[in-house]
Design a protein around this ligand. Structure first.
Ligand code: SIN
Ligand code: MN
Length: 209
């Protein structure tokens, strides 16, 4: 008999297979255009300068960046090209309207690219001023093991697999939940020609007036 699935922490929603394969392919084409305008860069941790294993870029009016000198922040331009970020693709704006339950559109879309060995340690998304809007995340490409807990670092966590086309929403009580990516499962998807995983996270950054 299959074991019952554990309920997710409050405010965390997992929408498996939200995007079907053609929609995933169209999103990959959108992201390819974003990366052409705003190339992937390697972010570095504040103070230590230790490079993260994911590469990233952004679209939207603001993008999340980090480097040794200035740490985690949002800024309107790419850290290497100094150009404004390209706009957020319509499909992602539609997704936000459908699931975010927030009157204003997302301001930032972080694009994370995970190679086979990349991961992301347990953290909170708290560089935004507006926690009333959720974080909406889309997975494309290879599966990963996603971990999520509560709002305190020591709260119990649970992990589950995210697959291409899945959407996760961290909202309400779960907006500041600790989360991370334990590992990528290489060669579990044929969506990306050269493998790997893309994660897109949509966020509001400033408080709406
Ligand atoms: C993130 O927390 O920025 C990314 C989460 C994910 O890759 O699913
Ligand atoms: Mn995060």
């Amino acid at each position: 008999m299959p074991t019952a699935k554990k309920a997710l922490p409050p405010g965390i929603r997992h929408l498996p297979d939200h995007f079907d394969r053609p929609a995933q392919q169209a999103l990959v084409d959108d992201i390819r255009r974003v990366v052409e305008a705003a190339p992937l860069f390697t972010p570095a941790m504040p103070r230590t300068g230790k490079e993260m294993s994911v590469r990233m870029t952004n679209c939207g009016e603001l993008g999340w960046v980090t480097d040794k000198e200035r740490g985690y922040r949002y800024q309107p331009t790419h850290p290497v090209t100094a150009e404004p970020w390209p706009p957020i693709p319509d499909t992602l704006l539609d997704l936000w309207r459908a699931v975010a339950d927030h009157p204003d559109p997302p301001q930032a879309c972080l694009v994370n690219f995970y190679s086979d060995s990349a991961k992301m340690g347990l953290h909170q998304d708290r560089d935004e001023s507006d926690f009333s809007a959720p974080v909406v995340s889309v997975s494309l490409g290879d599966d990963c093991l996603f971990r999520v807990g509560g709002v305190n670092r020591n709260d119990p966590t649970q992990s589950f697999r995210l697959r291409s086309g899945d959407v996760v929403i961290l909202g309400g009580e779960g907006r500041l939940a600790f989360h991370g990516v334990d590992r990528i499962y290489p060669e579990t998807s044929t969506l990306l020609k050269n493998g790997g995983r893309i994660n897109l996270t949509l966020r509001r950054v400033t408080i709406s007036v």
